[in-house]
Design a protein around this ligand. Sequence first.
Ligand SMILES: NC(=O)c1ccc[n+]([C@@H]2O[C@H](COP(=O)([O-])OP(=O)(O)OC[C@H]3O[C@@H](n4cnc5c(N)ncnc54)[C@H](OP(=O)(O)O)[C@@H]3O)[C@@H](O)[C@H]2O)c1
Length: 256
Amino acid sequence: MQMGVLGVGALAEALIRGVQQSNCPFEWCLSPRSTQRVAQLQALPGVSVATDNQSVVDQCGSLLVGVRPAQLEQLAASVHLTPEHHLICLSAGVELQALQQAFYPARVTRMMASIAVQYPCSSVFLYPADTGLSATFTAAGYGVQSFATEVQFEASMLSVCVNAWWLEQIQALADTLVTQTGMNLPEAVALLARAQQESAVLLQHRPEMTPAALAREIGTPGTFTARGLDHLKTTQADQPWVEILSQLLAELKRPF
Ligand SMILES: NC(=O)c1ccc[n+]([C@@H]2O[C@H](COP(=O)([O-])OP(=O)(O)OC[C@H]3O[C@@H](n4cnc5c(N)ncnc54)[C@H](OP(=O)(O)O)[C@@H]3O)[C@@H](O)[C@H]2O)c1
């Protein structure tokens, strides 16, 4: 797979580094702006740098767009695209229709990811679904999820936010383990990270069960787990999470 990159920012760099570590690395052709970042990436096998944006476009049919929303207009004005070009756009919060207008006549797919894409086996989200792109990223080891509507795709951005919220929870629990057992912080974090991985494994392998049913399967009556589940329920510990998620979802649904 050959992919051009227009706008080599933090997220694009993470994706390039992740894909190049995978079993199916790409050939990347980078736009030259962001000199320091580009110089470091150029040291990776399979990465080259073009002289300007148009030269990236001339060399590649698939183009990753890594600029911020406010930079899209200027970027679009700097290139001449054809219907054969396929743009994969990371810019958050800009609707597909606006992107299609800005990059006419190219085809556009929106992509969402977190900085965790620097490691293959993390996830990328797509809208609209694209079989070829899904196959390419799946082959590189990524989890790929596509959505039926753009609102659902926007919500995938919030799943990226939820990651950070979980990390804060892990910190609080790890601090408690450190204080009360004398474990050191990396040991406590490793323990909790494994526990979280096991939740994900259960969810993936038992799709017929809801998360709550799985929780109750682990927390059979009389166990420490059940006591914890009952305590969290009684204190409505999930409420602040539900509140902020639904507030942010409501904001996402407004026109941009
Ligand atoms: N970073 C994250 O963790 C993350 C997570 C989820 C979503 N996102 C989304 O991903 C998008 C990119 O974020 P980011 O953090 O990667 O941004 P960033 O680090 O600011 O990267 C944008 C890059 O594009 C370059 N650029 C701007 N205009 C250009 C042009 N006309 N031609 C060529 N290059 C140009 C910028 O160069 P200059 O610095 O010289 O302007 C910069 O290097 C945003 O919409 C963001 O919301 C980011």
